[in-house]
Design a protein around this ligand. Structure first.
Ligand code: HDE
Length: 706
């Protein structure tokens, strides 16, 4: 039963609710306070005083006899569990997957064959390197782990937002993670790879070069979890009723399209709102605009695997979508926030080994290692093999086996029998419906080896680079220069440039130049020469496949007293029609009184709402307002950052002096700085914002600066 304390203040309940567990077979006593209004100890004893501990005399010593005090402190002392060794900072939400197209030809998995079936899900997004308390916009891979509570048990796709990985063999995982995280003697830097240890390891590990291109790209600084792709990375296997296998790679494609921020923006967002990504998702869901993704598959057979240029078991390689198109088979919506962060987001335990009948593994050495690691790490983190009893991890189908006991066992088999086979009855294995491993034919010599088919470390890195637009290529170069400039050892910087020479000579030169290296180092000795004939793939660029819509994005409207009410209303109407969202920013948090006398409430005071928090901005101010803001550093930063970050800016005529004072003179105005001469232009402005950024401006500003 549940009880409630406090007032419900709207859609999101703020009251405390408690579940009362009656012991096994026990009756729940109806006593005063069992409606949740009386504080109790963990033993259910009502508490008389929660403000003062038991003392001998008013100013005397606290007595050990005070069991409520001792229990409360003891419990508090044990609140923390070990944070995840990687992906510590995460944010989880619930959702539902709906299958639109059956894969019955390839698999028996009901979740992939029963069209229309709705499967509950839990997804946890994360950064990898930072600790739990780090910031959201680190340059990093994002975890995108999905748990499907299917009718045949739990199926986890523990995905990332990048389709390749740093290493080819799981035995190197502790090394890459140690190198990326804080250096062990000093305990910093936090949540970043811009330090010697990371780049030292990378320079000595050529197989990481493809991944390096991805993490130096804007993929590693996403605008929101809502605008990210997800990739299962490895080749998995679908298995049909006859036991025949088909290779599969899993993809999540966001319906709102892809979007990232700029590095300079990321640096500022981390200061303004370290919770930028989690707040974004929380807001989108609680405001009733839940994000959706398509679930897609790349399916291929042994013939394709045999003739493909690279090894399909090598997780440092993709299969370009042009070669094997991503087939969209269903979609999932993430539409429910958690009730409790710890119970769900923190305690959720993803395991790559969680597969259901009809889905299997391949020999990818990374996947094989992961299948051990995830189960093992949950034991350390959650403290007991019974972590599957925690509601967020429990499947939504009956669990029937004779595994028993252990710390915190919530569920033990009832009755006399706890072994199998037995003469008493109970669950037995069932070859008809039970999980069957793919009957792979493997032979070989036992050896610690790396297959020669894994040897090409540069060709796909190059393919990724040449698939980018010039501005995206520029961002990769800038990111490399930034990161390597934080390395103290010049040989570490040089070694990375030596690798870049095997990827793209111009990139190597730009980076060497940005670092001020006296000369280009010799190319790093490559096991096989880089292929220059791999065609560019459009799917690898964020900008080439932009959404062309402002839907789901956020407009910041800067207003002052006396600003045009009709323009504000027109903007709000255009935003809501998309739908997108807006926030009012004004000099005072109480808001501003517009020219028709209406008070518009502000969501942010100007210094709490810098333009980096918005996808586009509108300056709707009065003459007096513009004059006042022109003297305000944060208001000028608001404007100059929006301009510098390539954002679309709408303005009413009164805002011209503010633009000018912020360094955006009339002669700088480009197609993205748009005058709102009449209310009808609000709609056009929002349509233009669908391009998301004025990329040419960035090239121009950099040229101007040069
Ligand atoms: Fe993970 N990884 N990983 N990883 N990983 C963990 O498991 C590991 C890899 C990924 O939100 C850990 O529960 C090894 C690739 C995500 O709870 C740990 C290797 C991909 C999450 C672990 C990899 C991932 C993790 C730490 C190399 C993308 C967060 C906490 C062989 C396909 C899950 C935990 C969450 C978490 C091991 C490589 C994704 C230690 C050994 C490749 C999204 O078990």
């Amino acid at each position: 039963m549940t009880g409630t304390i406090g007032k419900d203040t709207g859609a999101q309940s703020h009251a405390a609710e408690f579940e009362t567990f009656a012991g096994e077979g026990g009756e729940l006593h109806q006593i005063a306070g069992s409606d949740g209004t009386v504080l109790t100890t963990q033993q259910g004893v009502p508490v008389a005083d929660d403000q003062n501990s038991l003392k001998l005399g008013e100013r005397g010593p606290t007595l050990l006899e005070d069991f409520h005090f001792r229990e409360k402190i003891f419990h508090f002392d044990h609140e923390r569990i070990p944070e995840r060794v990687v992906h510590a900072r995460g944010f989880g939400v619930h959702g539902t997957f709906t299958l639109d197209e059956s894969l019955a030809e390839y698999t028996t998995a009901k979740v992939l064959t029963e069209v229309g079936e709705q499967t509950p899900m839990f997804v946890r997004f994360s950064t990898v390197a930072g600790n739990k308390g780090s910031f959201d916009l680190a340059r990093d891979v994002r975890g995108f782990a999905a748990k499907f509570y299917t009718k045949e048990g739990n199926w986890d796709i523990v995905a990332n937002n990048i389709p390749v990985f740093f290493i080819q063999d799981a035995i190197k995982f502790p090394d890459v993670v140690h190198a990326a995280k804080q250096e062990p003697d000093r305990g910093f830097p936090q949540a970043q790879t811009a330090h010697d240890n990371f780049w030292d390891f990378i320079g000595l590990t050529p197989e990481s070069m493809h991944m390096i291109m991805w993490i130096m790209s804007d993929r590693a600084i996403p605008r929101s979890f809502r605008f990210m792709e997800g990739f299962g990375v490895h080749s998995f296997r679908l298995i049909d009723a006859e036991g025949k296998g088909t290779y599969v790679k899993f993809h999540f494609k966001p319906k709102l399209g892809l979007q990232s921020v700029m590095w300079n923006e990321a640096l500022k967002i981390n200061g303004s709102d370290p919770d930028f990504h989690r707040r974004d998702l929380w807001d989108a869901i609680t405001m009733g605009t839940p994000p959706e993704w398509d679930l897609g598959v790349q399916l291929f057979d042994d013939d394709f695997a045999d003739q493909f240029e690279f090894d399909v078991l090598d997780s440092t390689k993709i299969i370009p979508e042009e070669q094997i198109p991503v087939r969209r088979i269903g979609s999932f919506v993430l539409d429910r926030v958690v009730d409790n962060f710890f119970a769900e987001t923190e305690q959720v335990a993803f395991c790559t080994q969680n597969v259901v009948p009809g889905i299997g593994f391949t020999n990818d050495p990374l996947l094989q290692g992961r299948n051990f690691s995830y189960l093992d790490t949950q034991l350390k983190r959650l403290g007991s093999p019974n972590f599957t009893h925690i509601p967020i991890n429990a499947p939504k189908v009956p669990v029937q086996n004779f595994q028993q006991d252990g710390h915190m066992a919530m569920r033990n088999p009832k009755g006399r029998v706890n072994y199998e086979p037995n003469s008493w009855g109970g669950p037995r294995e069932n070859p008809e419906i039970g999980y069957r491993h793919f009957a792979a034919q493997d032979t070989g010599r036992k050896a610690q080896v790396r297959s020669a088919t894994f040897a090409d470390h540069y060709s796909q890195a190059r393919q990724f680079f040449v698939s980018q637009t010039p501005i995206e290529q520029k961002h990769i170069g800038d990111a490399l220069v930034f990161e390597l400039s934080k390395c103290e050892r010049i040989d570490i910087r040089q070694r990375i440039v030596a690798h870049l020479r095997n990827i793209d000579e111009t990139l190597a030169t730009v980076v060497a130049d940005g670092l001020g290296l006296p000369a280009l180092p010799e190319p790093f000795p490559a096991a096989v020469p880089t292929r220059t004939d791999l065609p560019p793939s459009e799917a690898l660029s964020i900008v080439k496949r932009g959404p062309q819509s402002f839907e789901g994005r956020k407009l910041g409207i800067l207003v002052t007293d006396g600003a045009s009410a009709s323009v504000v209303k027109a903007l709000v109407k255009a935003v809501e029609a998309l739908p997108a969202v807006y926030e009012i920013i004004s000099p005072k948090i109480a808001g501003a009184t517009l020219d028709d006398g209406t008070l518009v409430e502000a969501k942010q005071k100007i210094d709490g709402g810098p333009s980096v928090l918005y996808d586009a901005v509108a300056l709707v101010v009065s003459d007096e307002g513009a004059a006042m803001l022109s003297e305000d550093k944060t208001a000028k930063d608001f404007v100059s950052d929006a301009f510098g970050h390539g954002k679309f800016i709408a303005y009413t005529a009164e805002a011209l002096p503010l633009l000018e004072r912020a360094g955006v003179a009339a002669s700088d105005h480009d197609a993205g700085v748009i005058a709102l001469k009449s209310t009808s232009e609000a709609q056009t402005f929002l349509e233009t914002c669908g391009q998301l950024r004025v990329w040419d401006r960035e090239l121009k500003i950099d040229l101007d600066a040069a």
